[in-house]
Write a new protein. Structure first.
Length: 271
């Protein structure tokens, strides 16, 4: 079984005024891959000063990690009120270049067929970097944060000012519902298909997910999780489960069902 890869910045997250803790798609995807038991590698960056806070918990998950020092570590404040999230960027993360992919990250990505690209904001993964990641027939799942988050300090306000070339080498795009509305104004099949990505998956929180392939959509229900939960990183975990299922040969709707099931397990605290 060929390994998967997750690539993206680690972040320092402060949730509801708590203590700083590890965040970023690379961390939350690794949590999901640990549960799945799927061979994988995490390729990530953070500043040297945050290695102890961020890399130790990531390494403890048991997924192999290839780390490189960054000029700065992404930092976020997240607050949840009545199920609604507000997000504030204290520090944007480093960008990723084609030279990163060809250079220090190349050995970790060797032999990988599927890559989960986990940007925290739009500037992190430009089109040239995604083109390099897709070389050799590798298939990319891109998180929609990389299209709609502008990547500057302050309160996050989503917008659709992305470079369409970013989607040229993407096999699957994962959008949260708010991201889909900011990008397209809705989640109907015509709008989702207009992106030109073979597979578009929209996560709908406790309502499950929506999968659009070939201009046709499939609703994926999920079981609601009872009690108070912390949904931080749920989208990254969903994407990791979806990626693992697609790499194992499951069709997109079945992969989305596995993504919803895994998120339910993580949110319920059973893993």
């Amino acid at each position: 079984m060929r390994p998967l890869a997750v690539i993206g910045n680690l972040s320092v997250d402060v949730v509801d005024g708590g203590a700083p803790r590890p965040g970023g798609g690379s961390f939350h995807a690794a949590r999901a891959l640990r549960v799945l038991g799927r061979p994988a590698v995490v390729v990530t960056k953070c500043a040297e000063e945050h290695r102890r806070l961020l890399l130790r918990p990531l390494a403890a998950l048991g997924v192999p990690v290839r780390w490189h020092p960054a000029a700065a570590t992404a930092a976020f404040r997240l607050d949840y009120v009545d199920g609604e999230r507000t997000l504030h960027v204290d520090e944007p993360g480093d960008g990723w270049t084609a030279e990163d992919v060809r250079g220090w990250a190349a050995e970790a990505l060797h032999g990988v067929d599927w890559i989960q690209v986990a940007p925290l904001a739009r500037p992190e993964f430009p089109a040239a970097t995604l083109r390099e990641l897709a070389r050799g027939g590798r298939r990319l799942l891109l998180d929609g944060q990389g299209l709609v988050r502008p990547g500057r300090r302050g309160a996050v306000e989503l917008d659709a000012s992305y470079d369409p070339a970013v989607l040229r080498d993407v096999t699957a795009l994962k959008l949260a519902e708010a991201e889909a509305h900011a990008l397209l104004g809705g989640v109907d099949p015509e709008r989702l298909a207009s992106l030109g990505v073979p597979e578009v998956v929209v996560t709908l929180g406790e309502r499950g997910a929506l999968v659009c392939v070939g201009g046709r959509t499939t609703d994926i229900p999920t079981r609601p999780v009872r009690g108070r939960v912390d949904p931080t990183g749920a989208g990254d975990a969903f994407a990791a489960a979806y990626l693992a299922a697609r790499a194992a040969g499951h069709h997109p709707a079945a992969a989305a069902r596995r993504g919803c099931a895994l998120v339910g397990i993580l949110l319920a605290g059973r893993a």
